[in-house]
Ligand binder design. Sequence first.
Ligand SMILES: [Zn+2]
Length: 203
Amino acid sequence: MQKSRFHHFFLQQNEFDRFGFDEWVFYPGMLFNDSQKWWAGRDVVRRSPHEGIDFCFYRDSTGLICNLDEKTKIPVLFEGKVVRIHNDFLGKSVYVQHNVHGKQEQSLFTIYGHMTPLSGLAQGDFLQEGDILATVANTRECTKILPHAHITVAWISESFPHEKLNWEAISNPHLATLCNPLEFIDCKFTVEKKKSKRRVFIR
Ligand SMILES: [Zn+2]
């Protein structure tokens, strides 16, 4: 299957190209299946391996590491239907079901965590690839966690009721097969071992 043009739409919609976006930067804990909490102290471990990927930092053309904020718009990876929106501990999670079918009567879902959905976005809405579905939730007021976009890609049983979709269900291997989102997104990125001190916190 063709990779999503998520990154292309992301740059276009957020006009990062004007500010110079070089590449995404990931630290330990941000990637799929990572075990650390990247926002906590060193070696603080997650309850379960990371179910997706966290987009938070990027390097601009001057080499500075910048972070996303609550103005950052998040496009949908593929065309599909919004099937569920629920609260998560930092914002809302939006589940989109795609017309892509896998083995054992599963379909492809993409899930966007820690979001502020666009006003009016509702279950049942159809989206085209690249349509904006949300902005990143503002997490700075109540937590020390920087605003970021969590994205999960999963094959989920078509018979599983949408109203029961939640992070616990997604982590159940009998119901869902989690995938590495970077295998579905065409983008330039780097993985760094330690957080750089040379960072700016707004764009
Ligand atoms: Zn995450």
